[in-house]
Design a protein around this ligand. Structure first.
Ligand code: FES
Length: 105
């Protein structure tokens, strides 16, 4: 079972049980958390699903594609653990994932 700890801008926290084979972005939206804009719906064209990710098993995260990297580079708020939440599909082996929603650019 994978748990998602979602930290919204402003610091409010909510923990949800994540559904496997669904992206982090979709898990957040399906839980009714509205602070993640995700305007393109996961088409990797908006970067409004930008999050800071902490995970027990970083080796289980998919690598960053060139397209994702380019979008993150356009953000003034990029950090070493920045990812687009629509580009990470949750698996049952991930354990607990902490995702902090990045400020909008
Ligand atoms: S939802 Fe637009 S890039 Fe992720």
């Amino acid at each position: 079972m994978t748990k998602l700890l979602v930290i919204a801008p402003g610091g409010s926290r909510r923990q949800i049980e994540a559904v496997a084979d669904v992206t982090i972005m979709e898990n957040i939206r399906n839980a009714g958390i509205t602070e993640l804009a995700a305007l393109c719906g996961g088409c990797r064209s908006c970067a409004t699903c930008h999050v800071y990710v902490e995970v027990e098993r970083p080796d289980l995260l998919p690598p960053i594609s060139d397209e994702e990297n380019d979008l993150l580079d356009a953000s003034d708020h990029r950090q070493s653990n920045s990812r687009l939440s629509c580009q990470i599909t949750v698996t049952a082996e991930m354990g607990t994932i902490s995702v902090e929603i990045a400020p909008e650019t």
